[in-house]
Design a protein around this ligand. Structure first.
Ligand code: TYD
Length: 141
């Protein structure tokens, strides 16, 4: 188990190739993204006022990019909560396993691109906040 805290969450600035024809950014696993990528998914067409991702992962690490538009990622380690606003496509947010996180304040037409270190598995999710707090308080997550 990871015992991660808010201090392990990192904003990572990605390469940006500025070009009058249009800019280009990229990510590489085990380089900008500090894990091997097993999964990529994206969240889009989020209606105004909705929030996503109220859960923690036991093992899955994540890297989140606001490919378009803006949104907030609220990360909680059971003692502290921190809001990371993503609003540029050349920044990524690294979120280790073992933290509660929610995504909110999606702007119109925003797209959240997410990389994961594990294949999708419902058994890796903690979806009950009280269970999360309990595991944290007992040093089990
Ligand atoms: P979920 O992770 O619960 O969304 P969020 O936390 O962002 O609100 O995923 C929503 C649904 O999508 C869930 O029922 C399972 C499915 N899903 C997959 O099948 N594979 C995936 O990689 C992800 C992230 C979700």
């Amino acid at each position: 188990m990871s015992m991660a805290t808010i201090d392990d969450v990192k904003i990572i600035e990605l390469p940006k190739c500025m070009d009058p024809r249009g800019n280009l950014s990229f990510v590489e696993q085990l380089h900008h993204i500090p894990f091997e990528i097993k999964r990529t998914y994206w969240i889009y067409d989020v209606p105004g006022g909705e929030f996503r991702g109220g859960h923690a992962f036991k093992q899955n690490e994540e890297f989140i990019i606001a490919l378009s538009g803006a949104f907030d990622v609220v990360v909680d380690d059971s003692k502290c909560k921190k809001v990371f606003t993503l609003n540029r496509s050349y920044y990524g947010l690294y979120v280790p396993a073992g933290l509660w996180r929610e995504m909110e304040n999606f702007s119109t037409n925003s797209v959240a691109l997410e990389f994961g270190s594990l294949h999708y598995s419902e058994t890796d999710y903690i979806r009950d906040y009280n269970v999360f707090i309990n595991l944290k308080e007992n040093g089990l997550l």
